[in-house]
Design a protein around this ligand. Sequence first.
Ligand code: SF4
Ligand code: SF4
Length: 104
Amino acid sequence: MTKLGCSVTTCLHNADLLCCKKEIEVEGQDAKTSDCTCCGSFKEKSGDSFKDSTESPNTHLDVKCEAVNCVYNTDRFCQAENIGIAGNGATKAKQTECATFKMR
Ligand code: SF4
Ligand code: SF4
């Protein structure tokens, strides 16, 4: 599993700069740079949607990833030890990115 930090505090699944999901899916099949990737599991926190109190932040997650041009991608799974999802202030998945993306 990958150690994941996430600065997307506008996401419903974010708590303490960590992700509360057990797995996420990163998108960006044709990505050649970080900003062409995004967290497909992003869900905008809206005024009346509070974090599910049963969710707690996970330090390690399974990360499925479509960004096959990334050196850390093996069979659409992320093999990096650590990744960072970025996109502070994002209101859409496309405004997030995997900051750890590295072109093969
Ligand atoms: S943007 Fe993705 S990694 Fe970050 S908290 Fe949301 S679902 Fe988790
Ligand atoms: S580091 Fe690479 S393989 Fe891992 S999630 Fe980010 S883009 Fe995908």
